[in-house]
Design a protein. Structure first.
Length: 586
């Protein structure tokens, strides 16, 4: 099965977003002295960085760069921050920082910046990011930025909770909060807005985590700058904690539970991996510019770097599904990043039943129920692992990310890619590779496991199994002796006889009670039936295992029977009188 959007696609960034990320930061050519940005000891000079922020005032953008004040007419930004102008001025600063970090050895980097990175709770990630910068591999740098933004978000949320209560879920809302401005200062938070906190700025976090940016489209200098900013935030936080006497507490990572219920695919073998390497190059599900992400995901899986593998797979699943979404719903422009005035096409909309305009989303119909159930189980359902959310928001410990989760994602991705290759090639793989057939059959039979209905079924079956292993239903203490004592008891036998008579009387009189009454029938049968109902409730209470008040039950039954007989006699008399008066009229 093949579907095509015109390929080769050279970028998934819309023109304005592409200019913001790939061009604006390179327009200013002047050199920036690194000593004005960071000291020899690694202390970040925030004034130099915050002076690059461009603000608007009464239709005029005022730019401060050192002692020089420039004014120029620009389009106003609603919050008074001109993102394009800020990115232009930050360009040389970012380049100087990148050259500075590139000149350091790993030991020098750790000595100078490790103390400022402790506040993130995961300082061990940053030497890896430093290695990625030194490798000059664009994909490694993009992956580093994704991990950096997720751990930064988690750490900022911990800081927020020092003085706030309900922490915002989204990074942009977190950065815009008054609580963080109180800790770090508003100008510092404006710098973060430009890099990761607004769709009007570079928006590095979203364009990467939502799979819009190809590896070569993220300038390495922005990764270097984000590392320095993170260290600088740690230095500012240290001063704030000393001043307030607060202690920063990191929330524990979330442990993925109930994964055993989601493990349906067998382990991905080297045989499957070799087939997957071939399929990746021929599947139209994958954009050619994004193929390196898939290749590195496989490398990470083989190297037991399961979190890195899962991150890359999730990002590229979103990219590929967005391509299918844009095709089947006939909206090819949705493949690109949206402008700041519109929403991105992300997993939430891709997997929804309806489009924003109310029309039916054709993607679920195209993929089929098994594939959709898998995606909902792993990404959306509250009872599921929600891998994408938890990885992107820094809620999972990356070194402890389970192999089983990465294996399931990789196996599902493989089967999905197979749907977008030539049918002859697919038939060949199925015929020659038993492992391929096994994965396809599992995928086609997949059923929901984390949907609320599935969870209810699981609980019911668990209760059934639990009851099934009971040798005998538990009885209250002493109940066996009570049962033996009551055997052959004449009072109990008499009570049973009375109950039988009561039921017989009810069966006889209830039909008469519910017929349409004659005018002369003014006795309220509802009262009588309520008294009978009360009797049955009291009888059940007296004869329960924990009470066994049989004498009281007999007395209660005799009183109830007397009441029934009295009511019956009155009814019979009324019926007789009614018939007698009718015969006189006749």
């Amino acid at each position: 099965m093949e579907i095509l959007i015109e390929d080769p696609i050279t970028t998934c960034l819309s023109p304005s977003v592409y200019d913001m990320i790939c061009k604006l930061g390179f327009e200013a050519r002047e050199n920036c002295d690194i000593s004005s940005i960071v000291t020899q000891n690694g202390e970040v000079c925030w004034t130099t960085i915050t002076d690059c922020m461009v603000y608007t005032e009464s239709g005029i953008c005022i730019t401060r760069c050192g002692a020089v004040v420039l004014t120029c007419f620009l389009i106003l930004e609603a919050q008074g921050l001109d993102y394009g102008g800020s990115v232009r001025l930050l360009g040389p600063v970012c380049q100087a920082v990148h050259l500075h970090l590139s000149s350091l050895t790993k030991g020098q980097f750790e000595t100078r910046y490790s103390p400022g990175l402790q506040w993130t709770g995961v300082p061990e990630l940053f030497p890896e990011m430093f290695d990625a910068l030194g490798s000059l591999q664009s994909l490694a740098i993009s992956l580093s930025l994704m991990k950096l933004t997720s751990c930064l978000e988690r750490a900022l949320a911990d800081v927020y909770l020092l003085i706030g209560k309900e922490c915002p879920f989204l990074l942009r809302d977190l950065i815009a909060s008054e609580e963080l401005a109180q800790v770090f200062g508003q100008s510092v938070m404006d710098v973060l807005k430009v890099f990761v906190g607004s769709p009007c700025g570079l928006n590095l976090r979203n364009v990467l985590w939502h799979g819009f940016a190809a590896p070569q489209e993220i300038p390495p200098k922005y990764c270097s700058m984000m590392i320095l900013l993170t260290a600088g935030l740690g230095q500012l936080l240290k001063g704030y904690l000393q001043q307030t006497k607060f202690t920063l507490a990191h929330r524990p990572f979330i442990t993925l539970t109930s994964l055993e219920d989601l493990i349906v695919f067998p382990d991905v073998t080297y045989e499957v991996l070799s087939v997957l390497e071939e399929v990746m190059k021929k599947s139209t599900f994958i954009l050619k510019i994004m193929l390196p992400y898939w290749e590195v995901a496989l490398i990470n899986f083989k190297s037991n770097r399961f979190a890195d593998c899962a991150i890359l797979l999730l990002v590229q699943l979103e990219t590929g599904l967005r391509k299918v979404f844009a095709t089947v719903n006939k909206c090819p422009k949705r493949l690109l990043t949206a402008e700041s005035t519109a929403l991105y096409t992300t997993f939430d909309e891709i997997l929804a039943k309806h489009l924003n305009d109310g029309k039916i989303n054709q993607l679920p119909l195209f993929l089929g129920e098994p594939a959709m159930e898998f995606l909902w189980d792993f990404l959306n359902h509250q009872e599921g692992p929600r891998l994408r959310d938890r990885l992107s928001h820094g809620e999972i410990s990356l070194p402890e990310f389970p192999k089983e989760a990465a294996n399931q994602l990789l196996a599902f991705s493989f089967v999905l890619l197979l749907r977008f290759i030539d049918e002859d090639l697919l038939s060949m793989f199925k015929q020659e590779k038993a492992a391929v057939r096994a994965l396809v059959s599992v995928a086609e039979a997949y059923g929901a496991r984390c949907h609320p209905v599935s969870q209810l079924k699981k609980q019911v079956l668990s209760c059934e199994r639990s009851i099934g292993v009971w040798p005998l239903l538990p009885l209250p203490e002493g109940s066996e002796r009570e049962a033996q004592r009551s055997e052959g008891n004449s009072e109990i036998n008499a009570c049973c006889s009375l109950i039988t008579e009561i039921v017989a009387e009810l069966c006889h009189h209830v039909p008469e009670t519910h017929r349409v009454p004659h005018d002369s029938e003014h006795l309220p049968p509802e009262k009588f039936l309520k008294s009978v109902l009360q009797y049955t409730e009291n009888l059940a209470a007296y004869t329960s295992q924990d009470k066994n008040k049989w004498d009281e039950a007999v007395n209660l039954t005799q009183a109830a029977l007397l009441k029934i007989w009295t009511f019956s006699e009155k009814k019979q008399m009324l019926i007789h009188l009614a018939k007698k008066s009718t015969s006189k009229v006749v």
